[in-house]
Design a binder for this molecule. Structure first.
Ligand code: NAP
Ligand code: FER
Length: 338
């Protein structure tokens, strides 16, 4: 009897926050790989903020939107269970964009082999994967921090933000975080040794709080969230400050674009530089980034946390929870056992 594959397809384009009913669970037989292809059994599925953008209709994105009834796009780590491609052996662990499904077919072209002896395989979707590389290149290349400088990061307890602060500490900088729960604040100040942090959901005036926690001013601002938090950072920036626009998650689930205070006057006298970037800009240097991050992970200089939801059927819940801030570190879905 043929095995069953479950997939989540896009059922409707959300208005505001996605709902469970925007995803449909469909069942179909597992496909057979053709010559040159391989079949992968999903072990972990990653749910990421960029997926919210892919649920919208086209808007000049770097990648096309997910079509109606198409499998949701997403990175997975899984095991090769059948191979008709001589470059891959059954039993090998791979990472790739195989979507929200229990079994995926691939030509192998965009798959990366994962060595389970280096670190737990889930890290290929987190600290040793796309989010870790985003932190690494976004901080070191886009922001160019120097020792003793102050690095401020928003979305500080998430997959990217929690790595940014630690990399800043490795560089000899002061690391300040902004995040949304007291548990996350304790994680940043305790486990990750951030120098200061505040809970924006319990803070009335972000600008005053920044003045209090960062009296020396901000040299580097790594922005994961945008909106009111970012508005409040501008007046705190130092001469020749650098800003990386990594993400703007506070805007992804709005039904109307938000207008903010117009504070770009701070950029003039302070000669501030702000740059947006995509991790894919650095694809030719991923090996360099991974090698360095692996070294720091093994030496204990970098730590990571994961929030894992069990069961493929819970992928939409995990995704929605992440958008609402219920995760600490990388949000994953555990689909099957190693
Ligand atoms: P994450 O931080 O692990 O998870 C998202 C977090 O965003 C939530 O936990 C929540 O934490 C916070 N958040 C949600 N709504 C918010 C709001 N209205 N205001 C402030 N914070 C809010 O996700 P991630 O994967 O590490 O991604 C972080 C950011 O980086 C996202 O903006 C993402 O789009 C961006 N990104 C960019 C690239 C790139 O190539 N440019 C690559 C990867 C990720 P709180 O409890 O703190 O609210
Ligand atoms: C992300 C947010 C936005 C991301 C990519 C984008 C890879 C790109 C959006 C676009 O092309 O419109 O977290 O991660």
């Amino acid at each position: 009897m043929s095995k069953t594959n479950r997939q989540f397809v896009l059922a409707s384009r959300p208005s505001g926050y996605p709902k469970e009913s925007d995803f449909d669970l469909v069942e179909l037989p597992v496909s057979e790989p053709n010559d040159g292809q391989l079949l992968v059994r999903t072990i972990f599925l990653s749910v990421d903020p960029y997926m919210r953008g892919r649920m919208n209709s086209s808007r000049g994105s770097y990648a096309p939107p997910v079509e109606d009834r198409q499998v949701m796009t997403g990175g997975v780590v899984g095991e090769v269970i059948k191979s008709k491609n001589s470059s891959f052996q059954e039993g090998e662990i791979v990472q790739g964009n195989l979507g929200w499904q229990e079994y995926g077919i691939s030509t192998g072209e965009e798959l990366v082999k994962v060595n389970p002896d280096i670190a737990p395989i889930s890290t290929a979707l987190g600290i040793l994967g796309m989010p870790g590389l985003t932190a690494y290149f976004g901080l070191f290349d886009v922001c160019q921090p120097k020792a003793e400088e102050t690095v401020l990061v928003s979305g500080a307890a998430g997959a990217v933000g929690s790595i940014v602060g630690q990399l800043a500490k490795i560089e000899g900088c002061r690391a300040i975080g902004i995040t949304g729960t007291d548990e996350k604040i304790n994680y940043l100040l305790g486990d990750l040794a951030f120098d200061a942090a505040f809970n924006y959901k319990k803070t009335q005036n972000y600008r005053h709080k920044l003045k209090e926690l960062v009296p020396e001013g901000t040299d580097v601002y790594f922005d994961n969230v945008g909106g009111k938090i970012t508005d409040a950072v501008f007046p705190n920036l130092n001469l020749r400050a650098r800003i990386a626009i990594c993400g703007q998650i506070s805007q992804y689930n709005l039904t109307e674009p938000e207008l903010g205070p117009r504070l770009f006057q701070y950029f003039i006298v302070k000669r501030i530089r702000m740059q947006g970037f995509l991790v894919f800009d650095f694809i030719n240097r991923y090996q360099e980034g991974l090698k360095q991050m692996t070294k720091w992970l093994h030496s204990g200089k970098l730590k990571y946390r994961e929030t894992i939801v069990d069961g493929f059927e819970n992928a939409p819940t995990a995704f929605i929870n992440m958008l609402k801030g219920r995760n600490i570190g990388k949000q994953l879905v555990k689909v099957s056992d190693l």
